[in-house]
Design a protein around this ligand. Structure first.
Ligand code: ZN
Length: 72
């Protein structure tokens, strides 16, 4: 079963829960795992832009003894 994220409207906590598609179709109420409120709604994570480019930059230089960028 897929995982779904629900945002608590009371405390803004994100609860990730495993639900069936049928549960989603039935509009199942998900309990916040922080404040136990049922005042939750589906949360769609924003798609990060340019994440791959950012990660590439972070990978320059694999470590102190890395020879990737040696002069030879
Ligand atoms: Zn909550």
């Amino acid at each position: 079963m897929p995982y779904y994220d629900f945002e608590c409207l009371d405390c803004k906590n994100i609860t990730t829960i495993k639900l069936s598609v049928k549960d989603i179709e039935n509009g199942v109420k998900v309990k916040c795992n922080q404040c136990n409120s049922y005042n939750t709604q589906r949360y769609f994570q924003p798609i990060a832009v340019n994440t791959s480019v950012h990660n590439q930059k972070e990978y320059i230089g694999c470590g102190e003894h890395c020879r990737c960028f040696s002069d030879n």
